[in-house]
Structure formats: C-alpha cells, structure tokens
Design a protein around this ligand. Structure first.
Ligand code: SAM
Ligand code: SF4
Ligand code: SF4
Length: 335
C-alpha cells in the first residue's frame, strides 16, 4: 500500500504513548501548577487497551513502520507493559524501544529485556541532586536514576541513550559533568533543546540554549566533530569525541529544525494519531477501531491521514510560537 505523505516521506517510525500519567512533575513538561490534584487525566475507558495497541501496531507494521518506541507520561507506570513489548517484538524485522525516567525499581529491567525490548533511553537532566530535584519537582534523587542505568547496563543495554533537556538558567552548568560522566561509561548523551511543546510549560525562545552554544561548552573541554547520521531521518545530530572515546547527540529542533526528514507519527494513549509533535489536534483512530473496522479499513484510514500530512512546524516556528495556538502536551504524546 502506497503510504507517503504530501512531501514524499514514508512512515517508518511510531511513538506510542501508553499513559498520560507520570510520577514526576518536570517543570518543562508537566508543571505542577497545571498537573495538580485537580488535573483530569484520561479516564480508563478512553485509554487504548494493550490489546488494542498491539492490533494497531500490526496495522502500522503493514504500512511500513519498523520502529516502535513506548513512551508517555511514564510508560513503566502502565501495568503489563511486558505483554505489549512481547507483541511488538514478535512482528518481523522491528526495533522496540522505550523512554523512561528511570525511577522505578530496577528489578523490572530483566522482564523488559526478556519480553524483547531492544533499546532503552533514560532521561536525566543533571547529576546535581539539587538541580535534578528542582526539575523533577517530586524530590527524586539522581542516585535512583543512576541505579536504574547501572542495572540496565547489567542487563545488556549498552550503550544507552541518555536524554538531557537543557534550559537556560536551569542546568547549563550540568552539561560538562554529564558529558564527562557518560563518556567514561560509554553511553550516548543527547542534549535536547527546550521545546515549545504543549501550552503549559511557558516556553520562551530566550530560555533555549541553542545547539551551537551546547557544542561550544563541550568543545571548551572535550573536542568533538560531526559524524553522519546512523540512519536517514535521525533527529539527533551526532558528534564524536576526537579522542575516540564515544559520541554525543544534539536534538536541535528549535534552532536547526529537521522536518524535511521527519518520518515519525505519534499515537496518544487515547488512540489519536498525530503526524507532528506540535499538532493542535490528532485523528481519532480509537473510534474507528472500536466501531469494528477490519485491519484493511484501519490501514486505509491511517494511510489517508499520513498522505494528507505536510507538517513542518519547527521550520515555521516564530519567536512567540503562535502556530497553532493550542498544541498537544508532551506528556500526552510522549516526545
Ligand atoms: N517519562 C519518560 C521520560 O521522561 O523519559 C518518557 C516521556 S517524556 C515526555 C520523553 C522525553 O521528552 C524525555 O526525554 C523528556 O526529557 C523530553 N521532554 C519533555 N518535555 C520536553 C520539552 N519541553 N522540551 C524538550 N524535551 C522535553
Ligand atoms: Fe514525566 Fe517524562 Fe514528562 Fe518528566 S519528561 S514529567 S518524567 S513524562
Ligand atoms: Fe516532524 Fe513536526 Fe518535529 Fe517537524 S516539527 S520534525 S514535522 S514532528
């Protein structure tokens, strides 16, 4: 089935948000003022069951998707996630990955691996406890996440990708200590420019530390040089340490947009399909599924959504980001 968007891009990669809930309140993602005890998370009946997600994944696979990433919210808060990993991993020729805040008991890692999880990304924004606690806003310590990282390594997840969101005035001083620490341990640290996802994180352009500045900070101590992407459409720009001790990535979606090669769709926990991280609305696939559609009908409706797509939000972004005015929250579609 022909499945290219209006700009000729083939859908290859699907991020699946398995829950909109999280045990953290990261200030750039789920600020406590908004995600407080009055916040209405999705009611259970609206959330896709794991069986429904597995079925949709099969349809996406039929359309050419070979990379699945489970995210959230915090994906490990979803019960029986191992079942879903097993189902996804049973599809031919796929890569099943997960992004986590690394705060749950590390004893779970072996189950994830045994279910077929191929890769793991762990988010950590600083090695400084005070800074990290100010960011996660629930008092989570750095030590807990490092324990998770050590256990993941033990289980064979090496190199891991470590995501660090950089926000001006908050954690620029953590850039070098993080780079030193993860270089020594052979993991790939990826710096992410603070993005204007959602409408609740109070994003301002002057709070973004541009990729060029991040590179300058790294180069002040450890020389790096650009290397080619490891696959077409990779969102992180890759750099390797000149002494051969490993690599880092920079996701510069604000200052160096990469919409041209974007082959990724996102499925929210309640079954809406988003063709861009910055969309204002998704396409409700859950209702099509629950109305009894066959796999072919589902494939046709997903394909129709993808073929109409001409997203290039990051390339059109202005300093005050008024397009569109209501964007979907990061914790809802999972970054
Ligand atoms: N809870 C998991 C975690 O934190 O790894 C998975 C979901 S989280 C939404 C996925 C990624 O998005 C994380 O690495 C997080 O740091 C990143 N993220 C969240 N809000 C962001 C923002 N405003 N700008 C850039 N990255 C952001
Ligand atoms: Fe939760 Fe991840 Fe968002 Fe932090 S970035 S609030 S851990 S979903
Ligand atoms: Fe893809 Fe949208 Fe991000 Fe551009 S802004 S890279 S189209 S998700």
């Amino acid at each position: 089935m022909m499945n290219k968007d209006a700009l000729g891009r083939q859908l290859r990669d699907l991020r699946i948000s398995v829950t909109d809930r999280c045990n953290f309140r990261c200030i750039y993602c789920m600020p406590r003022e908004v995600f407080d005890s009055n916040h209405q998370f999705l009611p259970k009946q609206k959330v896709l069951s794991l069986e429904e997600i597995a079925r949709l994944a099969g349809v996406f696979h039929q359309l050419g998707v070979r990379k699945f990433r489970l995210t959230g919210g915090e994906p490990l808060l979803r019960r029986n996630i191992d079942y879903l990993i097993r189902e996804l991993a049973s599809l031919p020729d796929v890569d099943v990955a997960l992004t986590t805040n690394g705060s749950l008991p590390p004893s779970r890692i072996e189950q994830l691996r045994d279910a077929g999880l191929s890769r793991m990304t762990v988010s950590l924004d600083s090695l400084d406890d005070a800074v990290f606690k100010a960011i996660n806003d629930v008092g989570q310590s750095v030590a807990r996440v490092l324990e998770w990282i050590a256990a993941a390594e033990q289980a064979g997840y090496k190199p891991l990708k470590i995501n660090m969101v950089v926000k001006k005035g908050l954690n620029e001083d953590s850039i070098l200590p993080m780079a030193r620490y993860f270089r020594e341990r052979g993991h790939i640290l990826r710096f992410i420019e603070f993005m204007d996802v959602g409408t609740t994180n109070g994003w301002r352009l002057d709070e973004v530390v541009p990729a060029a500045r991040i590179l300058e900070i790294i180069n002040s101590e450890m020389s790096v040089e650009a290397i080619p992407p490891s696959y077409p459409g990779e969102v992180a720009r890759r750099y390797r340490y000149q002494d051969g001790s490993g690599e880092i990535g920079i996701i510069a979606s604000v200052t160096q947009p990469f919409c041209g090669g974007c082959v990724r769709a996102r499925l929210s926990a309640d079954g809406s399909l988003y063709t861009c991280l910055f969309s204002d609305s998704g396409h409700n696939i859950r209702d099509v599924l629950r109305a009894g559609a066959t796999d072919d009908e589902l494939a046709r409706s997903i394909s129709a959504v993808w073929q109409r797509r001409d997203d290039r939000y990051s390339e059109l972004r202005t300093s005050h980001t008024t397009l569109p005015s209501r964007k979907v929250e990061m914790s809802y579609i999972g970054g």
